[in-house]
Design a protein around this ligand. Structure first.
Ligand code: HEC
Length: 154
Protein backbone atom coordinates (compact mmCIF):
# COMPACT_ATOMS: atom_id res chain seq x y z
CA UNK A 1 0.00 0.00 0.00
CA UNK A 2 2.79 2.38 0.95
CA UNK A 3 4.78 1.56 -2.17
CA UNK A 4 1.70 1.85 -4.29
CA UNK A 5 0.82 5.17 -2.68
CA UNK A 6 4.31 6.54 -3.15
CA UNK A 7 4.43 5.41 -6.77
CA UNK A 8 1.04 7.02 -7.35
CA UNK A 9 2.33 10.15 -5.70
CA UNK A 10 5.40 10.04 -7.89
CA UNK A 11 3.37 9.58 -11.05
CA UNK A 12 1.04 12.37 -10.08
CA UNK A 13 3.75 14.79 -9.14
CA UNK A 14 5.76 13.83 -12.22
CA UNK A 15 2.83 14.40 -14.51
CA UNK A 16 2.14 17.67 -12.73
CA UNK A 17 5.72 18.69 -13.31
CA UNK A 18 5.44 17.62 -16.93
CA UNK A 19 2.31 19.63 -17.29
CA UNK A 20 3.98 22.71 -15.86
CA UNK A 21 6.99 22.13 -18.08
CA UNK A 22 4.87 21.81 -21.16
CA UNK A 23 2.85 24.84 -20.16
CA UNK A 24 6.05 26.79 -19.76
CA UNK A 25 7.06 25.68 -23.25
CA UNK A 26 3.79 26.64 -24.82
CA UNK A 27 3.18 29.98 -23.15
CA UNK A 28 6.22 31.92 -24.42
CA UNK A 29 5.86 30.60 -27.92
CA UNK A 30 2.22 31.57 -28.09
CA UNK A 31 3.04 34.98 -26.66
CA UNK A 32 5.76 35.34 -29.24
CA UNK A 33 3.46 34.44 -32.06
CA UNK A 34 1.04 37.10 -30.80
CA UNK A 35 3.86 39.64 -30.78
CA UNK A 36 4.81 38.67 -34.29
CA UNK A 37 1.27 38.99 -35.50
CA UNK A 38 1.23 42.53 -34.03
CA UNK A 39 4.53 43.32 -35.68
CA UNK A 40 3.28 42.16 -39.03
CA UNK A 41 0.23 44.40 -38.85
CA UNK A 42 1.03 47.43 -40.98
CA UNK A 43 0.90 50.68 -38.99
CA UNK A 44 -1.38 52.40 -41.47
CA UNK A 45 -4.03 49.78 -41.02
CA UNK A 46 -4.51 50.91 -37.40
CA UNK A 47 -5.25 54.47 -38.45
CA UNK A 48 -7.35 53.10 -41.27
CA UNK A 49 -9.34 51.09 -38.84
CA UNK A 50 -9.96 53.89 -36.36
CA UNK A 51 -10.61 56.69 -38.82
CA UNK A 52 -14.13 58.15 -38.97
CA UNK A 53 -16.47 56.75 -41.55
CA UNK A 54 -17.35 60.04 -43.21
CA UNK A 55 -14.81 62.59 -44.39
CA UNK A 56 -15.45 66.30 -44.86
CA UNK A 57 -13.89 67.73 -47.96
CA UNK A 58 -12.84 71.33 -47.59
CA UNK A 59 -12.11 72.78 -50.96
CA UNK A 60 -9.12 74.96 -51.68
CA UNK A 61 -9.25 78.75 -51.43
CA UNK A 62 -12.05 80.16 -53.58
CA UNK A 63 -10.96 80.89 -57.09
CA UNK A 64 -10.81 84.59 -57.78
CA UNK A 65 -11.92 85.23 -61.28
CA UNK A 66 -9.94 88.10 -62.70
CA UNK A 67 -12.23 90.46 -64.54
CA UNK A 68 -10.83 91.42 -67.91
CA UNK A 69 -9.58 94.98 -67.92
CA UNK A 70 -11.94 97.21 -69.88
CA UNK A 71 -9.57 98.68 -72.42
CA UNK A 72 -12.26 101.05 -73.70
CA UNK A 73 -12.01 103.14 -70.53
CA UNK A 74 -9.46 105.79 -71.28
CA UNK A 75 -7.60 107.21 -68.33
CA UNK A 76 -5.98 110.49 -69.24
CA UNK A 77 -2.28 110.91 -68.56
CA UNK A 78 -3.20 113.69 -66.09
CA UNK A 79 -5.44 111.34 -64.14
CA UNK A 80 -2.73 108.69 -64.04
CA UNK A 81 -0.20 111.18 -62.69
CA UNK A 82 -2.65 112.63 -60.18
CA UNK A 83 -3.57 109.14 -58.99
CA UNK A 84 0.05 108.17 -58.57
CA UNK A 85 1.46 111.40 -57.14
CA UNK A 86 -1.29 113.65 -55.81
CA UNK A 87 -4.14 111.48 -54.54
CA UNK A 88 -2.24 110.77 -51.33
CA UNK A 89 -3.20 114.25 -50.07
CA UNK A 90 -5.79 115.52 -52.49
CA UNK A 91 -8.28 112.65 -52.16
CA UNK A 92 -9.01 113.16 -48.48
CA UNK A 93 -8.04 116.82 -48.30
CA UNK A 94 -4.99 116.22 -46.16
CA UNK A 95 -3.58 119.40 -44.55
CA UNK A 96 -6.59 121.27 -45.96
CA UNK A 97 -5.55 120.55 -49.54
CA UNK A 98 -8.33 121.02 -52.11
CA UNK A 99 -10.05 117.67 -52.71
CA UNK A 100 -10.13 116.21 -56.19
CA UNK A 101 -13.70 116.29 -57.46
CA UNK A 102 -14.82 118.90 -54.93
CA UNK A 103 -15.58 121.92 -57.07
CA UNK A 104 -16.20 124.15 -54.05
CA UNK A 105 -12.60 123.57 -52.94
CA UNK A 106 -11.22 124.40 -56.36
CA UNK A 107 -13.40 127.26 -57.63
CA UNK A 108 -11.77 130.01 -55.50
CA UNK A 109 -8.29 128.70 -56.36
CA UNK A 110 -9.02 128.70 -60.09
CA UNK A 111 -9.85 132.42 -59.77
CA UNK A 112 -6.11 132.96 -59.15
CA UNK A 113 -5.59 131.81 -62.71
CA UNK A 114 -4.61 128.41 -64.11
CA UNK A 115 -0.98 129.54 -64.62
CA UNK A 116 -0.64 130.41 -60.92
CA UNK A 117 -1.94 126.99 -59.96
CA UNK A 118 0.54 125.36 -62.35
CA UNK A 119 3.32 127.41 -60.79
CA UNK A 120 2.27 126.51 -57.23
CA UNK A 121 2.03 122.84 -58.12
CA UNK A 122 5.45 122.87 -59.80
CA UNK A 123 7.32 125.01 -57.30
CA UNK A 124 5.30 124.41 -54.15
CA UNK A 125 2.96 126.61 -52.17
CA UNK A 126 2.70 126.67 -48.37
CA UNK A 127 2.23 123.00 -47.41
CA UNK A 128 1.84 121.94 -51.02
CA UNK A 129 5.22 120.33 -51.83
CA UNK A 130 6.85 121.11 -55.17
CA UNK A 131 5.67 118.55 -57.75
CA UNK A 132 3.82 116.76 -54.96
CA UNK A 133 7.21 115.53 -53.80
CA UNK A 134 7.80 113.65 -57.07
CA UNK A 135 10.85 115.31 -58.57
CA UNK A 136 10.91 112.99 -61.57
CA UNK A 137 7.66 114.48 -62.90
CA UNK A 138 8.08 117.04 -65.71
CA UNK A 139 6.34 120.44 -65.82
CA UNK A 140 3.93 119.04 -68.38
CA UNK A 141 3.15 116.06 -66.12
CA UNK A 142 2.26 118.44 -63.27
CA UNK A 143 0.22 120.67 -65.59
CA UNK A 144 -1.69 117.60 -66.84
CA UNK A 145 -2.38 116.57 -63.25
CA UNK A 146 -3.58 120.08 -62.36
CA UNK A 147 -5.82 120.09 -65.47
CA UNK A 148 -7.29 116.79 -64.31
CA UNK A 149 -8.01 118.28 -60.88
CA UNK A 150 -9.72 121.24 -62.51
CA UNK A 151 -12.00 119.26 -64.84
CA UNK A 152 -15.51 120.70 -64.50
CA UNK A 153 -14.38 123.49 -62.12
CA UNK A 154 -15.72 126.94 -63.02
C1 HEC B 1 1.86 116.01 -49.22
C2 HEC B 1 0.54 116.37 -49.62
C3 HEC B 1 0.32 116.86 -51.02
C4 HEC B 1 0.64 116.21 -52.19
C5 HEC B 1 1.31 114.86 -52.37
C6 HEC B 1 0.17 117.06 -53.24
N1 HEC B 1 -0.39 118.18 -52.74
FE1 HEC B 1 -1.18 119.71 -53.80
N2 HEC B 1 -1.61 120.69 -52.09
C7 HEC B 1 -1.37 120.23 -50.81
C8 HEC B 1 -1.83 121.21 -49.85
C9 HEC B 1 -1.72 121.07 -48.34
C10 HEC B 1 -2.35 122.27 -50.59
C11 HEC B 1 -2.95 123.56 -50.06
C12 HEC B 1 -1.84 124.60 -50.01
C13 HEC B 1 -2.38 125.95 -49.64
O1 HEC B 1 -3.20 126.47 -50.39
O2 HEC B 1 -1.95 126.47 -48.61
C14 HEC B 1 -2.23 121.91 -51.98
C15 HEC B 1 -2.63 122.72 -53.03
C16 HEC B 1 -2.50 122.40 -54.35
C17 HEC B 1 -2.92 123.25 -55.43
C18 HEC B 1 -3.57 124.63 -55.31
C19 HEC B 1 -2.52 125.66 -55.09
C20 HEC B 1 -3.10 127.04 -54.94
O3 HEC B 1 -2.38 128.00 -55.24
O4 HEC B 1 -4.27 127.15 -54.54
C21 HEC B 1 -2.64 122.59 -56.59
C22 HEC B 1 -2.89 123.09 -58.01
C23 HEC B 1 -2.03 121.34 -56.20
N3 HEC B 1 -1.96 121.26 -54.86
C24 HEC B 1 -1.61 120.42 -57.11
C25 HEC B 1 -1.00 119.22 -56.77
C26 HEC B 1 -0.55 118.24 -57.72
C27 HEC B 1 -0.67 118.40 -59.24
C28 HEC B 1 -0.03 117.21 -57.01
C29 HEC B 1 0.59 115.95 -57.55
C30 HEC B 1 1.63 116.07 -58.52
C31 HEC B 1 -0.16 117.55 -55.61
N4 HEC B 1 -0.77 118.76 -55.50
C32 HEC B 1 0.30 116.74 -54.58
C33 HEC B 1 -0.79 119.03 -50.48
C34 HEC B 1 -0.32 118.10 -51.38
Amino acid sequence: MTANTSSTFFVRSFSACLCLFLLAQITPSSALSQDESRKNTPKTSVSDRIKPIGEVYISDAPTIVQQPIDTNVDISPGEKIATAACLRCHSAGLMKSPKIGNHKDWAPRLKKGRETLYDHAINGHNKMPARGGKRNLSDNDIKAAVDHMLVGVK
